[in-house]
Design a binder for this molecule. Structure first.
Ligand SMILES: [Zn+2]
Length: 421
């Protein structure tokens, strides 16, 4: 049972007067005011690192805060502890004879579930338990007609990776506002393969993590496979057997794990009719990993493909099929590539791990995982400028919410995505 301090609630007579101390004198940052009508309370939250302070002012005499102040004067009112499973926590406490105010959780602010423990059980402190609202990834299938092509952003469920590793040298103080971490410092991400349908067939670009991962690693990465690639394909009337070509951007497990499947103990190509198009040099790196990338290159994801004779190797930047070409970027891995899809005078680019999420739009926001971060930087400086000038539709494989859009830049250099998908 993980228990993390979420916030400390302080009952005050007058929030404006209290802010003169907490905000003006101490210099704490204040969130927008919040009125909890059902509780007859007005609240202001102040940032103090991982946990917050919550100032509470009564808005009517019936409020528990008014009664509290009348009886004991202003001061410390409650401590809120965050748990992952509030029902399990309540059952556990109940079984140990802990006196509870709420046997069942109730709805709190922002989609959270909350329940109070009686102060007598907590040695005079009112303790609130809180289970935060789940922040899952956007896992719906997005389709778009693009010139002569049909483009579909599929998904292979959700994954969470360490926030620090995802933002490299950027301090948590900055990235946690863009990508709030969970209690284990992981940020939510999606895995979205791109399906290109053309007159020459159906090509899948990347194919998610698949289902070969051990329970231990599935827990480390919070692999969420409640809905995965088979479900996404089914939504558009397809199955794994509908795929003619699979083109991985690189061979890391979250991009290529879905390329093979274990069937009765044997590792087989997951897409039974597909040819797998792999850059020769990436194959060389993936099959000769070193200590720094061994955890990302899992041999079971790609070696069985060669054994089955379904790999077509290619050497450089080339048109893989009409309207689809690859460009080596390096950076993330030595041979990482992005995929340009061009039809009807428009260009879409599947940027894979070069701009994994929309929180990575600024040039120096580069993953700690990258083997050659200065190459990533050089690529981003050139590519993002080009994408803005030429109106490329950018497809984000890992963003938890935004699937695709156009990068825009304001006069002071701030970037955002005008969302399309
Ligand atoms: Zn990735």
């Amino acid at each position: 049972m993980r228990v993390v301090l979420d916030h400390v609630g302080i009952a005050v007579k007058d929030i404006a007067a209290a802010l003169a101390f907490y905000r003006d004198a101490l210099g704490l940052e204040v969130d927008a005011p919040e009125d909890v009508l059902s509780q007859h309370v007005r609240a202001r939250h102040l940032g103090t690192g991982a946990a917050r302070l919550e100032l509470l002012e009564a808005t009517s005499d019936q409020s528990a805060i008014a009664k509290y102040i009348e009886k004991r004067g202003p001061g410390l009112h409650h401590v809120t502890l965050r748990v992952e499973d509030i029902r399990a926590t309540l059952a556990h406490l109940h079984a140990r004879g802990v006196r509870l105010v709420d046997d069942e959780p109730r709805a709190g602010a922002e989609g959270a579930l909350v329940a109070f423990i009686h102060p007598s059980a907590a040695h005079g402190v009112l303790v609130e338990l809180k289970q935060a609202a789940p922040r899952g990834a956007e896992l719906s299938v997005k389709r778009l007609t693009f010139g002569d092509l049909q483009l579909t952003m599929l998904h292979d469920g959700g994954i969470r990776l360490d926030g620090g590793a995802m933002f490299g040298t950027v301090p948590k103080l900055l990235w946690e506002k863009q990508a709030p971490p969970d209690d284990r410092n992981r940020i939510q991400m999606a895995m979205r393969p791109l399906l290109v349908e053309a007159e020459w067939g159906r090509m899948l670009i990347d194919c998610g993590a698949g289902d070969k991962m051990s329970a231990k690693h599935a827990d480390i990465y919070a692999l969420d496979r409640a809905r995965h690639l088979d479900h996404a394909l089914e939504e558009v009337g397809l199955t794994a057997a509908s795929i003619d070509l699979v083109l991985p951007t690189h061979l890391h497990f979250d991009h290529c794990g879905g390329a093979t499947a274990r069937v009765n103990g044997t590792l087989l190509p997951r897409f039974p009719k597909a040819r797998y198009l792999i850059r020769t040099a990436e194959w060389g790196d993936a099959t000769h990993p070193h200590e720094r990338n061994r955890a990302s290159y899992l041999q079971e994801d790609f070696v069985p493909l060669k054994e089955a004779g379904v790999v077509d190797f290619f050497e450089g930047d080339e048109a893989i099929r009409p309207c689809v070409r690859v460009m080596r970027t390096g950076g993330h891995t030595g041979q990482h590539q992005v995929v340009y899809v061009e039809s009807g005078g428009r260009t879409a680019v599947f940027v894979a791990d070069m701009i994994p999420t929309t929180a990575h739009l600024q040039d120096p926001w580069i993953m700690g995982y990258d083997l050659f971060p200065l190459d990533t930087l050089a690529f981003k400086k050139r590519f993002i400028r080009e994408a803005i000038e030429r109106d490329y539709l950018i497809l984000f494989e890992h963003d938890p919410h935004i699937v695709g859009g156009y990068i825009r830049e304001t006069a002071d250099g701030r970037r955002h995505v005008e969302r399309v998908l």
